[in-house]
Design a protein around this ligand. Structure first.
Ligand code: PCA
Length: 214
């Protein structure tokens, strides 16, 4: 069975929804070529999120994995380039844990790159008129924790994987003046395009300047 694993997180930091899970659940069962999308929700809890991810990897044996997370304040679909080997929580997770400067994998590599064609993904979204960019940091909270754990587990297996941060949806920004959001249907279409492109892409990524000075 050709399976694509698509994960999203439970709400955190006082929110009642998490758009990452709304997107993932909307695409559950969707077909991409011969593959089928399986959506799995991860707890927004250090360690427990990786236990849930491990269970999903073992159960579904996916050929491609995309993890999604909410990044409130971002203005677009942010295709993450790199996961780093540190937990440094500015706020507590949903189990009230707040690790500071803990390695995710003691003795593990400092970082892992996404194994998705990040520039091709951004270019595809731009062609479709959907706001997107390459992000140079996935932060140091539970999203980076899951991204690092995912890349660590799949390193050398040939199974491609990566992480995309998504902005708030409109219902989350009522009363938050000047905070960016995108409509859920735009985000769902964007992630559908990301999965389709990542599944069908072969060979090297395109050369496209998408760096940052700071
Ligand atoms: N975003 C958080 C964790 C869960 C989520 O959706 C993050 O960016 O780390």
């Amino acid at each position: 069975m050709n399976t694509i694993l698509l994960t999203g997180f439970e709400p955190f930091a006082g929110e009642t929804i998490n758009p990452s899970w709304q997107i993932a659940s909307a695409l559950h069962g969707h077909h991409v070529g011969p593959a089928q999308v399986v959506a799995v929700q991860l707890p927004t809890v250090f360690q427990r999120a990786l236990e849930a991810l491990d269970a999903a990897l073992n159960l579904h044996q996916p050929r491609l994995v995309l993890a999604l997370g909410q990044a409130g304040g971002r203005t677009d679909l942010s295709v993450e380039r790199v996961a780093i080997n540190v937990d440094d929580a500015r706020i507590p997770d949903n189990a009230r844990q707040q690790p500071v400067d803990h390695p995710i994998v003691p003795g593990g590599p400092a970082a892992y790159f996404s194994t998705l064609p990040i520039k091709t993904l951004v270019a595809t979204l731009h062609r479709a008129g959907i706001p997107a960019s390459v992000s140079q940091t996935a932060g140091t909270f539970v999203c980076n924790h899951v991204f690092y754990g995912l890349q660590h587990r799949l390193a050398g297996t040939g199974v491609r994987s990566g992480f995309v941060h998504v902005p708030y949806v409109p219902e989350q920004v009522r009363g938050k003046a000047g905070v960016a959001c995108l409509p859920l249907p735009t985000l769902v279409e964007g992630v559908r395009l990301l999965l389709d492109t990542a599944w069908h892409h072969r060979g090297p990524d395109v050369q496209l300047a998408a760096g940052a000075e700071f």
